[in-house]
Design a protein around this ligand. Structure first.
Ligand SMILES: O=C(O)CCC(=O)C(=O)O
Ligand SMILES: [Fe+2]
Length: 313
């Protein structure tokens, strides 16, 4: 299976006929596999290098130093999640050993005016707990902001792909509750436990994931429609994007939220990645776009919270 590439800058610069053709192709890829390589993204190299450098410095610290910024209680969505904290396959009802990874997670940097819902305030709007790594917060927030902008541009392309007015999603994503996760999969030894992966098979929860796998790294795989695990490339200078469960619902399952995992193999070097989980406004009502009753309407925030709580290890 070849991986489709979508060049966002080319789409944005195209006249209406070429734009429609690129949008139709995007629609097709989102129907078939829901994963693609994104080029023409315009995210400055120094923003990307900055976040790699500071998250690398974070993971290089001792466990005790990392544990100083761990989530203060179970279910707290941000901070350091050490080894044995999460098994993503549990979100799919699979009882597996914990994933072989550690992560640092952060959320929106400010609470929009007028948010009073206690669930929103105690879930996605709780503070990110900053590590004492010089320059970490600056590099992290610059990358987070770049991902917010990029996600909004991809959502314009998605609207075109779905034959909607191009600003259709704008009002749903003007106060997004997205999360950024830096992942470190430590080097592997001889064997893992049975059914243990670096990240167990799962689908993502939100509208869109913008993933930056360590360039040239291996292990990320998607489940093809034929039921095979297919390697996802990690090209230098590009992102991998995929549809999450919320987008599948929104499109009444026209688009697929594809099962994926990070497979474990013996004697692998450490692998890093940055996953940005774009999530519409807390209050956004996600109703099937085709007007059908294919999926129950859900609210973005509570839907995410329900999903998140299902993967704790
Ligand atoms: O590390 C990766 O390449 C993918 C991680 C992933 O799928 C996730 O955290 O949802
Ligand atoms: Fe994922």
């Amino acid at each position: 299976m070849d991986f489709a590439t979508f060049n966002l800058a080319e789409f944005e610069a195209s006249d209406s006929e070429a734009r429609a053709a690129l949008a139709a192709r995007l629609d097709q890829v989102c129907q078939e596999i829901g994963f693609l390589v994104l080029t023409g993204h315009g995210v400055p190299t120094d923003v990307i290098e900055g976040v790699w450098s500071k998250t690398g410095a974070f993971f290089d610290q001792s466990f005790d130093a990392k544990a100083r910024v761990k989530a203060p209680e179970p279910g707290y969505p941000y901070g350091y999640l050490g080894p044995n904290s999460e098994a993503l396959a549990r979100s799919k009802g699979e009882d597996t050993p914990p994933d072989l990874k550690e992560s640092f997670n952060g959320g929106p940097q400010s609470v929009p005016e007028g948010v009073t819902d206690p669930e929103a305030l105690s879930f996605c709007y709780v503070p990110t707990i900053w590590p004492e790594v010089d320059g970490f917060k600056v590099a992290w927030t610059a990358y987070y902001a770049a991902m917010e902008d990029l996600a909004a541009r991809v959502m314009v392309a998605f609207a075109a792909a779905l034959n909607l007015p191009e600003d259709f999603f704008a009002g749903f994503i003007d106060h997004p509750i997205s999360a950024l996760r830096a992942l470190n999969y430590p080097a592997t030894g001889a064997v893992a436990l049975e059914n243990q992966q670096r990240a167990g098979a799962h689908t993502d929860y939100g509208s869109l994931t913008i993933l930056l796998p360590q360039p040239g790294s291996q292990g990320l795989q998607v489940r093809s429609p034929q039921g095979e695990w297919v390697d996802v490339p990690a090209p230098e200078g590009a992102f991998v994007i995929n549809i999450g469960d919320l987008m599948a619902r929104w499109t009444a399952d026209r688009w697929v939220s594809t099962l994926h995992r990070v497979a474990v193999r013996p004697h692998q070097p450490a692998r890093k990645s940055l996953a940005f989980f774009h999530q519409p406004n807390w209050d956004a009502e996600i109703v099937p776009l085709d007007g059908s009753a294919a999926c129950e309407p859900v609210r973005s925030g509570p839907y995410l919270m329900g999903k998140f709580k299902s993967s704790g290890a």
